[in-house]
Design a protein around this ligand. Structure first.
Ligand code: GTQ
Ligand code: FE2
Length: 389
């Protein structure tokens, strides 16, 4: 029998094997790391900061057909035979069928037909909606009724009552991203469904709307915070709901057209909580990026995993050497620590919205980024995101 340490006697080796077997009965495992033949790295000793999240792209066509069919499978609303949400969960193929798009983030596609509404509830996970289709939908977060258009992004903070309704004439379809797997792992995922005690109604179960749609124009100031109301209630609202309209996002991109941008992400903007200047959520960072025509970015990798939704135009993402074309409303996941770069060989810009666990990793000191060209090893490289600061 060959052994890691050739000096050890057969008796000692046999004793150690028997010992290892015996301690299992006490729910214990030995913590030395060699086995027969050679050093064995244990699963919790990866030598690169990778996880099981795989690259995957859900195409617009696949999603559109499946969520469309869900209309005839479940009725959404209130009362007998109705379901509270009509959603299809995006299950990352690397994560063993879990309700998880990345190790920390859950994602789903949600559809509300004309006139349909999804009852109010609240939960500790935060929720971000990326609107794909629809003309008259809104989400109501803690009484702030936010009208939603394709390309818009709206963030709903932890624990705030929220509901959605489609008052338009076409289906409203959106991507939801929540930090459910993370909170579940931490044992703090908690959900409350009894909205009646707040709204006083079992029929139209909304948190009472306290702001008219006109008030929603104030959301504009939240993307360009040169001034802000210094009332406590207003400051608190930034944690409840933030709305980034596609119109504002495109205006911002227009103003950046002549900038160099990021070598890795071209024109990338990071949305911020205008009160704290931190990423939008305590765990999630929300960005939008424009890859301009003819641009092919440098390759990098980073510890945060990213869920992307194509808002406009077409391009390619090259992940671990594989080129994957994308088009509007495609959704894809870039795993943490996967090498990737962007290409746009079309005549028009493309805009990709994204959400990642960067905010969390940055807070705990593990947001790291590496450039392939510079081979910067474990040192963080200067952060290249463009913000409004
Ligand atoms: O629409 O509020 O699929 O909170 C999962 C959790 C949808 C929602 C989900 C949610 C929602
Ligand atoms: Fe929710």
């Amino acid at each position: 029998m060959s052994e890691y340490n050739a000096d050890e006697s057969p008796e000692l080796i046999a004793q150690r094997e028997a010992y290892a077997k015996r301690i299992r009965a006490e729910n214990l495992k030995e913590g030395w790391s060699y086995d027969k033949e050679a050093f064995q790295s244990r699963p919790y000793w990866p030598t690169v900061p990778k996880n099981d999240t795989a690259f995957y792209l859900w195409s617009h066509e696949a999603i559109a057909d499946i969520i469309e069919e869900a209309k005839s499978v479940v009725r959404v609303g209130r009362g007998t035979g109705a379901y509270d949400r009509r959603v299809i969960s995006l299950c990352n193929p690397g994560l063993g069928g879990k309700y998880a798009a990345t190790a920390t983030l859950f994602a789903d596609i949600q559809l509300l037909g004309p006139g349909e509404s999804a009852p109010s509830h609240r939960h500790t996970p935060c929720a971000t909606r990326f609107i794909m289709n629809g003309d008259g939908g809104w989400t109501n977060v803690a009484g702030d009724k936010v009208p939603l258009k394709p390309g818009d992004i709206v963030y709903c903070g932890p624990n705030f009552w929220h509901d959605h309704k489609n008052e338009g004439s076409t289906d409203m379809v959106f991507l939801d991203v929540l930090d459910i797997p993370l909170l579940q792992y931490l044992g703090v995922s908690e959900w409350y469904f009894n909205a009646a005690e707040v709204s006083g109604s079992k029929d139209e179960i909304h948190h009472p709307v306290t702001h008219s749609p006109d008030f929603d124009n104030s959301h504009k100031s939240r993307i360009q915070p040169t001034a802000r109301p210094r009332f406590e209630a207003e400051q608190r609202k930034y944690n409840e709901v933030q709305h980034f309209s596609f119109e504002d996002t495109k205006t911002l991109f227009d103003s950046l057209m002549n900038e160099d941008g990021s070598p890795f992400d071209d024109l990338i903007i990071q949305f911020q909580n205008p009160h704290t200047h931190n990423p939008v959520g305590p765990t999630v960072d929300i960005c939008s990026q424009m890859i301009r025509p003819g641009v092919s970015t440098s390759t990098h990798r980073h510890t945060w995993a990213t869920i992307c939704m194509v808002a406009e135009g077409q391009g390619d993402i090259v992940v671990d050497g594989k080129t994957v074309p994308f088009k509007p409303n495609d959704i894809f996941v870039i795993p943490g620590w996967a090498w990737h770069h962007w290409k746009n060989s079309h005549d028009t810009p493309c805009i990709v919205h994204s959400i990642s666990d960067y905010a969390l990793l940055e807070r705990i000191g593990f947001a790291r980024e590496q450039s392939e060209e510079a081979d910067t090893g474990w040192q963080p490289i200067p952060f290249t995101r463009i913000t409004r600061d």
